[in-house]
Design a protein around this ligand. Structure first.
Ligand SMILES: [Zn+2]
Length: 238
């Protein structure tokens, strides 16, 4: 975000401190000082200057470690990448170190930059991110009767869980259907390492079901729609 005449307010997710903000002096006037080191999707080593009684650290310099410039060359990749960044910004508690989330974000941005399917990678990212941040939905047992449903279930965003076919009739909430295939894929992706999970090939309908599920669940958790999700819907058929 622009700050005053010449500066920028930069939001970044770091290995050491999780979600953070910092100011970058003259970042708007002089490109030379920071280069592309503060651009979206870039993995950088930031040098910070902190003083007591000062709210935000000052970013002195940024060394680029991985630029991920290809993400912005493809509209669907840029849109999915924007959702990934906005999700971590909204869900990760500020100032709290979370190395697994940092690793997940780095890996998924790398795969996106390498030309991986944006909708698929976003789905994998959501499945793993929500779990790492303590928001993992419970899709294996019915919330009402505790049974292990075999067929189609209904997802309740308000409760972060599912209802089995026997219990779903009594619910007055709007119904988001989840097939057994989508639930199976969800748990498979959750347990697998990132390098293996990237080789899975779920159907388009499974990805659509999970996209709707996580959109509704995100809306319930943060109380608003993500701006980047609306953009993604205009460029990808979801
Ligand atoms: Zn039930």
């Amino acid at each position: 975000m622009n700050l005053g005449e010449a500066d920028k307010l930069v939001t970044f997710f770091s290995l050491d401190r999780g979600m953070q903000k910092g100011t970058a002096k003259n970042a708007r006037k002089s490109f030379r000082r920071f280069g592309a080191g503060l651009e979206a999707f870039t993995l950088s080593r930031l040098h910070l200057y902190e003083r007591e009684h000062q709210d935000l650290p000052r970013i002195e310099s940024a060394d680029i470690l991985a630029q991920h410039a290809e993400i912005c060359c493809n509209l669907a990749s840029a849109a999915a990448g924007a959702v990934m960044l906005e999700l971590v910004k909204e869900l990760a508690p500020p100032g709290e170190r979370n190395a697994p989330v940092f690793l997940l974000l780095s890996q998924v941005l790398h795969l996106l930059n390498e030309g991986g399917d944006p909708v698929f990678l976003l789905s994998i990212y959501e499945i793993k991110l929500f779990s790492l941040l303590g928001y993992q939905p419970k899709l294996d047992r019915c919330l009402s009767c505790g049974s292990l449903p075999k067929g189609e279930t209904v997802f309740l965003a308000m409760k972060g869980g599912i209802l089995c076919p026997d219990c779903m009739v009594s619910s007055g909430e709007s119904q988001l259907r989840l097939s057994a295939g989508a639930v199976g894929f969800y748990y498979q992706a959750l347990r697998m390492d990132m390098d293996k999970v990237a080789r899975l090939k779920p159907s388009t309908s499974i990805l659509q079901e999970l996209d709707r599920t996580f959109s509704a669940y995100t809306f319930h958790i943060i109380g608003k729609r993500l701006k980047s999700t609306e953009f993604l819907k205009t460029v990808c058929a979801l």
